[in-house]
Write a protein that binds this ligand. Structure first.
Ligand SMILES: [Zn+2]
Ligand SMILES: [Zn+2]
Length: 229
């Protein structure tokens, strides 16, 4: 049982459930804790909850039958503590090599942890500051040729650029195609999204005088790629 989680300025605690890999993590100067448990235990979760940080739990479990399903995630919705649990046995590295031995795992540990942290960001478990292709204010995507954010009207490259949670929301419902036209600059564009698009500003001139000209519910199989008009 872990009595204390290590001091870290990261947004997550790295916990390693294998001694050899833990030693390697220490060699790499990673702030980590060793756990002899198979999963993050209640005490560990309680400690993390107090700080609002996530837990990244890394195991090397050769008894795992299903090699394709090498990782699983567990998310605690009732608290601020988000957990990702990984068994890296059988995990495929960038060069297509499968990790089958502890030596393999130790060799690739730095890269593996980097990619896990990217996943924490992708899942919205920890905050990101990656603003490439995003609005500096509301964090929505800004497409390649857009000068303004369609959702809040902020100019590309402007905004507070505060760390944000990159959460991917799931929207249920049929795809809805919406056509817009800007009364000021004349730009027109089309967008199909699950549940519909809710643009308020012209991506070209930033005006809020945009007309929603046509809205059409599509069949599930017809999903045109009009993302870039
Ligand atoms: Zn915005
Ligand atoms: Zn316009």
């Amino acid at each position: 049982m872990i009595k204390n989680l290590p001091q870290t300025d990261k947004q997550y605690y790295l916990i390693i459930g294998e001694r050899h890999l833990y030693a390697k993590a220490r060699m790499l100067n990673l702030t980590a804790a060793y756990s002899s448990e198979d999963y993050p235990d209640d005490n560990m979760i309680a400690l993390a909850k107090k700080t609002g940080k996530s837990i990244l739990f890394v195991k090397f479990d050769t008894s795992d039958e299903n090699e394709d399903d090498f990782w699983s995630t567990r998310r605690f919705n009732d608290s601020d503590c988000k957990i990702i649990f990984y068994n890296i046995y059988g995990m495929e590295t960038e060069d297509g090599h499968k990790i089958k031995t502890l030596e393999d795992a130790a060799e690739s540990l730095a890269k593996i942890i980097d990619s896990m942290v990217s996943q924490l960001i992708d899942f919205g478990f920890i905050k990101s500051t990656d603003y490439s292709g995003r609005c500096g204010c509301c964090h929505q995507r800004i497409r390649a040729n857009d000068n303004y954010c369609r959702y809040c009207g902020t100019k590309r490259g402007e905004g507070e650029f505060e760390p944000y949670f990159n959460i991917v929301c799931c929207v249920y419902g049929p795809p809805i195609q919406t056509k817009y036209e800007c009364e000021v600059c004349g730009k027109s564009w089309m967008r199909t999204l699950w549940g519909g698009e809710h643009a308020k500003y012209c991506p070209q001139c930033g005006s809020d005088r945009i007309m929603n000209c046509k809205e059409r519910t599509m069949e599930f199989f017809e999903f045109p790629d009009d993302d870039y008009e």
